[in-house]
Design a protein around this ligand. Structure first.
Ligand SMILES: [Zn+2]
Length: 171
């Protein structure tokens, strides 16, 4: 059901985050490792949906599993497909069709996806601050620039009905 999308990103112990996306009873949850700048990669993939390229990807390292998000823009909507590859060491950068299994999929308005991912990142920043984020994620700082890009494009292009998206972001 449209409007039912849930997304969260929660820092766990040192070097781990729990990424959760759900629509109704269909939930996907992944424990993402800190070897890559995962939250930044996701924010940039969503931000890319506001440009001319229809397909965006973000891969998460679950050591050894790779979870790959394929975001495909279709007009005002985005089809979200999450693939699981058992061995990230060999699958990283490979075609989506080979070796991956479907873990989760949904089609959502871009305005909803953009809003939910932005809100999740804002929640992380509010909870931990930039210093706290770096302490937990260690290899990468909080992706401030990526979040700002997404906020700017979401506000500009999505006509989001949420109050916060019609005003300047208050940190
Ligand atoms: Zn919004």
């Amino acid at each position: 059901m449209v409007g039912d999308l849930q997304f969260s990103w929660e820092l766990g112990g040192a070097g781990w985050a729990t990424c959760r996306i759900a629509e109704g009873n269909a939930e996907h949850r992944a424990h993402v490792g800190y070897c890559t700048d995962a939250l930044a990669d996701l924010l940039y993939a969503v931000t890319g949906l506001y440009g001319g390229t229809t397909d965006q990807r973000a891969s998460f390292d679950l050591e050894p599993v790779e979870m790959r998000w394929l975001l495909r823009r279709q007009g005002a909507d985005v089809s979200i497909t999450v693939f699981e590859f058992p061995d990230g060491a060999t699958s990283w950068g490979s075609p989506d069709e080979t070796g991956g299994t479907l873990a989760w999929s949904s089609t959502q308005p871009r305005s909803v996806l953009g809003h939910k991912v932005m809100e999740a990142a804002v929640t992380v920043l509010r909870k931990h601050g930039e210093d706290g984020y770096l302490e937990k994620w260690m290899r990468h700082a909080f992706p401030v620039a990526a979040l700002q890009d997404l906020q700017r494009l979401h506000r500009r292009d999505d006509h989001c009905p949420h109050e916060r998206c019609r005003n300047d972001f208050e940190s």
